[in-house]
Design a protein around this ligand. Structure first.
Ligand code: KG4
Ligand code: ZN
Length: 342
């Protein structure tokens, strides 16, 4: 039997500091420190995010090792997110990972955050089935909205993407219009559960078959709310659940339309979702139904591997480790890495 591979993974691309210890494809620990400091600003403040990463990184890594019951000297390699993301945030994780790998004299694995969201589907977990190559992954997060054809672990093609805002931004900006704190996506989801999704209708954008656009929808929602508030100043408070349900319904309809177009164009019926917005209960429900209605095989990540986490960096690190795809100490953080970059 091969010796088990123990990887310490670090994620610090945006506003969550996370560390995970993996044993091969299995998660031994996955510790996440969220940064509450951004809520009152209505979005992530990059300078505050990097300062918080500096404060959090040592305790988060120590906690991940402790929960995994693994000593530093037992680690086989260090994996870290080298992009895409906020430069100041990425630099904290990158410098920490490089120093630790150098100190322990073990290999370093640079991981692409967007590939990692997709590869989270391969984390070992008896409750979930794994997609086989090639499959389609709809990556939906705060910074990305892409339809990706996944040919292999590190071989991906973008079939379509947003021409303006990401879907997570559509949720967060709509929430801001409703006076909800950042990040508003999970709150829209929560209130939507109690509302009528057909209460209000919003116009869907007219773009290419595999393209997305959310900036017009956001403006449409803003004008609708302003108009209603002129008639009734308490419109939001009195109808919050219905407004959230209608916004969520429109966004999820757009996502489902694009997936149907993708299946039609590629003939691929294995459909996965990844990224923070894949935590949304409505898209999860609709994908489960799509198995029955359209005969697709759908893959929905476990809730804890949807939003940013280090376990997804760890699983990606494992696949790079077995390929011996190591980075040397000259590796740098890259704010603008694409999912297709190797
Ligand atoms: O992947 P992620 O954690 O960070 C990025 O890489 O961007 O995604 C964060 C995004 C935010 O826009 C957040 O509002 C959204 O995911 N999100 C949700 C839900 N949970 C997180 N959007 C809708 N419904 C949810 N339940
Ligand atoms: Zn992410």
């Amino acid at each position: 039997m091969n010796k088990p591979v123990y990887i310490l993974a670090i994620e610090s691309s945006c506003d969550d500091t996370s560390a995970s210890v993996m044993c091969n494809t299995k998660v031994l620990s996955n510790v996440i420190a969220n940064q509450d400091v951004h809520a009152k600003y209505g979005g992530v403040v990059p300078e505050l995010a990097s300062r918080a990463h500096q404060q959090n990184i040592v305790p988060v890594v120590q906690q991940a090792l402790k929960e995994a019951k693994i000593g530093k000297e037992e680690l086989s390699a260090i994996a870290f997110t080298n992009g895409p993301g906020l430069m100041g945030s990425l630099l904290v994780g990158t410098s920490f990972a490089k120093s630790l790998a150098m100190g322990l004299q073990i290999p370093l694995l640079a991981i692409n955050h967007m590939q990692a969201h997709i590869l989270a589907h391969f984390i070992e977990d008896s409750s979930s089935k794994k997609p086989s190559f090639p499959f389609i992954c709809l990556t939906i997060s705060g910074g990305h909205t892409q339809i990706v054809k996944v040919n292999d672990y590190f071989d991906m093609t973008v079939l379509g993407e947003t021409i303006d805002d990401a879907v997570g931004e559509a949720f967060d900006k709509s929430a801001k219009i409703l006076g909800l704190p950042y990040p508003g996506g999970p709150l829209i989801d929560k209130y939507a559960q109690l509302g009528n999704p057909k209460a209000y209708s919003f116009t869907k954008p007219k773009v290419g078959d595999l393209e997305f656009s959310f900036s017009g929808l956001k403006t449409g929602i803003l004008y609708f709310i302003q108009k209603q508030e002129r008639i009734n100043p308490n419109f939001i408070q009195e109808n919050l659940n219905d407004i959230c349900a209608s916004i969520q319904h429109t966004i999820v309809e757009i996502l489902m339309d694009k997936l149907k177009n993708t299946v039609q164009q590629t003939g691929i019926t294995q459909i996965a979702i990844a990224g923070g917005v894949s935590a949304n209960s409505e898209i999860r429900k609709r994908l489960i139904l799509a198995e029955k209605h359209f005969g697709w095989s759908t893959y929905i990540p476990k809730f804890e591997y949807t939003t940013d986490n280090a376990a997804m960096i760890g699983i990606s690190g494992y696949f790079k480790y077995i390929k011996k795809s190591f980075s040397d100490l000259s590796v740098t953080a890259k704010a603008r890495l694409k999912v297709t970059d190797k």
